[in-house]
Design a protein. Structure first.
Length: 418
């Protein structure tokens, strides 16, 4: 079995792994780099593929898959609601960055038409091999791919989390005997704080600000993080008004149609029932005038309704801005954390509202990654990807020195035999 790495090599973004089986290959993810401009993984021709597996909806894993449907008609496999959520995210990307992309809305629609919803732990045959999708615990519908062919077994973890969240259960990690593990390295340098304690601190901060007459803005990713924060507030009996806006509302409707993908459907239903849905500009103006919590994309404050809310919330000393999503270097959210400033009315200004940040990552931390590697048979080859260069090297080095595993930090375009 030959593995070719197409992206997410010594970086986070544009994930793609090509697994050659016989004359053709299986493609595991094909995403974009979503930063200041769109970036693509190494090119693959549709004629070289048996089919595609999309491990989850996030654009760095799914965003370039519609390219294969400009002319091609390949089967694309995943666990729902991966395609329903991916449709939301990719449509939004086309609206914002369509001039960078080698496909259009109709190609996305063709991709959705050729999608195959596969349950977890149900093997399916493709190109002379077998693929089994395992729970990744990252977001609803997220999966890891176990590929078996010619007596070889490899697992591609994609983004995975061994600790349960309010939306997704913990990832599967009992892989059995493997020849190779392709593992993310996003947080190889750090552990996450205790999630329960972070939730309590978040709710306490919201209560304090709202009860003092202020408004709390929580910029959050529209798919996953927004709904998770809703569930946190409900689980901790937050009694004040919670407004939800933007893409988060569309994702709620998708998750309502796929409750089986949720770890606690009852909690989700309760959170949705409690929330006030912001449907228009009148609702937005009402939300900023009343003490309460506003959950709104974009999570990095780069666009979406959260930019409108910042104009009203940022300068009020009684107000609060609570960041709960990853902040890319140079993003408005990152500048807000590092410098306490934000672009208001055309110029970078000091923010008077209280600014807080909480870590609710849906990726496994350092300890979980090490525990996963420690459980593997010594013959397993480790390929550390999906992390900054030093994170990938740290994980590969630990695998070699502490777990006795042969490890690699591949570069984009490199191939390995297993």
């Amino acid at each position: 079995m030959n593995i070719r790495f197409l992206g997410a090599c010594r970086e986070v973004g544009r994930s793609g792994v090509q697994v050659k089986l016989g004359q053709k290959s299986i493609l595991l993810d094909y995403g974009v780099m979503v930063d200041h401009e769109i970036g693509f993984p190494v090119h693959v021709s549709p004629k070289d593929l048996y089919g595609i597996v999309v491990t989850h909806a996030h654009l760095d894993h799914s965003g370039l898959v519609p390219m294969f449907y400009v002319r091609g008609r390949l089967p694309v496999y995943g666990v729902e609601p991966t395609f329903a959520l991916g449709d939301i995210l990719i449509r939004d990307m086309i609206k914002l960055s369509g001039y960078y992309l080698p496909f259009e809305f109709m190609d996305l629609e063709t991709m959705i038409e050729h999608s195959v919803d596969v349950p977890y732990h149900h093997p399916f045959e493709i190109g002379g091999g077998t693929v089994t999708l395992l729970n990744a615990g990252h977001i609803p519908g997220s999966s890891q791919a176990l590929v078996e062919a010619d007596g070889r077994r490899i697992v591609y973890t994609s983004d995975f989390n061994l600790k349960a969240t309010r939306l997704a259960g913990s990832a599967d990690s009992d892989y059995g005997q493997l020849d190779a593990l392709i593992v993310e390295s996003t947080y190889a340098k750090e552990d996450h704080p205790d999630r329960d304690e972070s939730e309590k601190q978040l709710v306490a901060a919201c209560n304090e600000i709202v009860e003092d007459g202020g408004t709390v803005l929580i910029p959050a990713f529209g798919v996953g993080r927004s709904q998770e924060v809703m569930c946190m507030l409900t689980a901790h009996n937050f009694r004040h008004t919670v407004y939800v806006d933007g893409m988060a509302l569309v994702a709620i409707k998708v998750l309502e149609d796929h409750e089986s993908a949720l770890v606690d459907p009852q909690l989700f239903r309760s959170a949705v029932k409690k929330a006030e849905w912001v449907r228009n500009w009148h609702d937005r103006r009402k939300a900023v005038k009343n003490p309460g919590v506003i959950i709104s994309p974009a999570g990095m404050l780069k666009g979406g309704a959260s930019v409108f809310y910042m104009e009203s919330v940022a300068q009020g000393r009684k107000n609060g801005i609570i960041l709960v999503s990853y902040q890319v270097e140079g993003s408005p959210g990152r500048v807000l954390i590092d410098e306490g400033r934000y672009m208001l009315h055309g110029r970078l200004q000091k923010v008077n509202a209280k600014v807080l940040k909480f870590d609710f990552s849906s990726h496994g931390g350092r300890s979980e990654l090490f525990r996963c590697l420690k459980s593997l048979d010594k013959k397993t080859k480790i390929f550390a990807i999906h992390g900054e260069e030093d994170s990938c090297e740290i994980l590969a080095d630990w695998a070699k020195k502490e777990a006795g595993l042969q490890s690699f930090v591949p570069k984009a375009g490199e191939s390995y035999d297993v």
